[in-house]
Write a protein that binds this ligand. Structure first.
Ligand code: UGA
Length: 451
């Protein structure tokens, strides 16, 4: 199938590259000529594991990038809208979606073949049918459901694992205003044999996306609250959650026949809070949307509030150890909102670093790949080190903010030091018995007996 994708951000480009890899002919459209040039020369403009290899395998034969939206739509059977939907404080900003819809509509005005326009961006329920569809009709002078189809196909990609998630999806949710709109989208996924496809309305598809992210965010805030309470009670939340997780409803059987191991507490391990470009924004957007509908979402309000406070647990542990923070040297390890990405948006590490600076702490930052992104938004006083050993040398305390695998080397590193710093683990990455002076989210400060 010939596909036009509007927007070459992380969702648009990963989707385009993977669809091309599966055999479709894809044109990616963007207004940014730097990105267009990079894509056409097989260089990914974003950091995403495996993307460079996929681009290398499809550019230029099956994927190319262009600024000419009308030509791309004209040459395609289906157009996907994958532009950004930034949160403006009270709701998502639909400016880019509306602009893309208008331009696609204008291109459809002179197109004879039946075409399907699909929203891929995350938009609050109702947007595709009440905002995008009317714009397409006005701009094209044509009728949706007759001259063209309209659909909503949310993405479920995790940053850092986006290529694998796209190639092996748990499910594909296809919303459409009619069977023709759904059928054409289903064709797009015909090279994904055996995948579960949910055929539904655009509004349901939009709600599936928000509900999925809201549920995962709820699990995290729930686990973080249990973590804080467990620590106050004097028990280790990690052990509590392992006991809970053995319930088969939480640890299903994997395709290889293995049960999900209790150590793999997906979204149930206590930590220093969720970040990124999705969970914080999506939770706030759906709360705001509920308010507009006269349907307050009290549980999600609590999820957001627990998450806003959670990074301060790291500061509390530090203050519990040192009477005065001013003048201390603290290594903040991991700036990205999670491992495997250079994305620092809404990262708990950024919030904690800012608080430390305000309290007069000398902060040494370290991140394997998110250093320049962090430096761009943090005050200049934050020093950054190139390697882990240099970052922790002479520190009074170490804060683990992101679960980078390389930080697992810390116990061995600390064992070699004469006066090792206290290690405060915000991600429960390190085995608590491996480090003598160890504090962590969800772990009581004094431990007497461990079986
Ligand atoms: C999330 C969802 O997991 C994807 O399914 C979804 O498609 C995507 O948002 C999106 O809407 O585009 P992502 O933001 O890449 O993906 O990251 P996650 O791996 O889910 O992690 C989000 C945040 O939760 C990170 O800050 C992570 O550190 C935190 N987290 C995750 C925890 O604090 N505890 C956990 O147990 C798991």
């Amino acid at each position: 199938m010939r596909v036009a994708i509007i927007g070459t951000g992380y969702v648009g480009l990963v989707s385009g590259a993977c669809l091309a890899h599966k055999g479709h002919i894809v044109q990616c459209v963007d207004i940014d000529h730097r990105k267009i040039d990079m894509i056409n020369s097989r260089r990914p403009p974003i950091h995403e594991a495996g993307l460079e290899d996929v681009l290398a395998s499809v550019v230029p034969e099956r994927l190319s990038a262009t600024a000419d939206l009308a030509a791309a739509v004209n040459g395609a059977d289906l157009t996907m809208i994958a532009v950004g939907t930034p949160f403006n404080g009270s709701e998502i900003d639909l400016t880019y979606i509306e602009k893309a819809a208008w331009q696609i509509g204008e291109a459809l005005a002179t197109k004879d073949e039946y075409h399907v326009v699909v929203v891929k961006s995350t938009v609050v329920p109702g947007t595709t049918e009440t905002v995008v569809l009317p714009i397409l009709e006005r701009a094209s002078g044509k009728k949706a459901g007759i001259d063209f189809g309209v659909g909503m196909n949310p993405e479920f990609l995790k940053e850092g694992e986006a290529i694998a998630d796209f190639m092996n999806p748990d499910r594909v949710v296809i919303g459409g205003i009619d069977d023709a709109s759904i059928d054409r989208q289903a064709e797009l996924y015909s090279p994904f044999p055996g995948v579960d496809i949910v055929r539904t309305t655009p509004s349901t598809a939009e709600m599936v996306k928000y509900t999925s992210n809201a549920l995962l965010a709820t699990l995290i805030s729930f686990s973080n609250e249990i973590g804080n309470t467990s620590a106050a009670l004097g028990v280790d939340a990690m052990e509590v959650m392992k006991g809970v997780h053995l319930d088969k409803r939480f640890s299903p059987i994997l395709p290889d026949g293995q049960r999900v191991r209790p150590g793999m507490l997906s979204y149930l391990a206590p930590g220093c809070g969720f970040g990124g470009s999705c969970f914080p924004k999506d939770v706030k957007s759906i709360i705001a949307h509920g308010q507009r509908l006269g349907q307050p979402m009290r549980l999600l309000e609590a999820v957001a509030s627990v998450n806003a406070d959670q990074p301060s647990q790291m500061i509390n542990m530090l203050e519990g150890r040192f009477r005065e923070l001013r003048g201390l040297k603290v290594a903040v390890l991991g700036m990205a909102f999670k491992p495997g990405t250079d994305d620092v948006r809404e990262s708990p590490a950024i919030a904690v670093t800012r608080t430390l600076i305000d309290k007069g702490v000398q902060v040494v930052g370290y991140d394997p790949i998110a250093r320049s992104a962090a430096q761009a938004i943090l005050p200049e006083v934050v020093e950054f080190e190139e390697n882990l050993a240099a970052a922790v040398a002479d520190a009074d305390a170490i804060l683990i903010m992101t679960a980078w695998a390389e930080l697992r080397a810390l116990p061995a590193m600390l064992a070699d030091m004469d006066t090792p710093p206290v290690l405060i683990d915000g991600r429960r990455l390190i085995d608590k018995s491996a480090v003598r002076d160890y504090l962590a989210i969800g772990l009581p400060t004094t431990r007497e007996f461990s079986p």
